[in-house]
Design a protein around this ligand. Sequence first.
Ligand code: URA
Length: 236
Amino acid sequence: MTPARAEAGKNIKNAAELWYNNTIVNQRGYMKHLLTKVNCKNSDEKQKALVELQNVCSQCRACDLCKTRTSTVFSDGKADAPVMLIGEAPGPEEDIAGKPFVGRAGQLLNTFLSDAGLSRENDIYICNTIKCHTPQNRIPSNAERRACQVYLFGQISIIRPKIILLCGSAALQTFVDDDVKISDIRGKWLNIFDDTEVMAISHPAYLLRQHSTEANTPRWFMKKDLEKVKNMLQSI
Ligand code: URA
């Protein structure tokens, strides 16, 4: 491991632990209650806990995005999916549908997943760093990410996926310092949680603007990264 990689890994782990602890300690009573009893033993328990959390989320007024959203966009996929994919924020189509990754970027993501032999329906639980659409699709602010992190960490705590995919910079930066670049660490397994493999991958909205599939281009890297995910899934 290079010194730069080791340093990035340390920052990631510190940030994740800090946020996880803050989530447990700082939230209002019902959140704490939810998150302290998330030791779900089977998929029925996970599903029940997710519904409970989603109900809380749908009423959320923790930041101003609640004033402009059509719906909260909590997740798509099964509670016992082995892979959790975390995107950035719902776009306009997702805001209307109430489901993540249903627009053009989502369709491209579906193609990459199925080409790698991954089933969106059975293998992947999809959610976003924040649960509400941002006006003009702007990048979520740090305050919005913080206000929403209880839902994301709640989802992680309930599902305990085998693999987490951080899809794009906003998802990555929820776990790392802002100066860690996705281009430097995408496609590498990151040491964040003891029992979960974590990898950053490119965001499909970025890949919509990159057309080449030649070796060493962004689309080629996405294909290779998802093949690594498929291999890891088969080996754990
Ligand atoms: N982009 C995201 O990051 N998430 C979505 O749900 C849709 C587009």
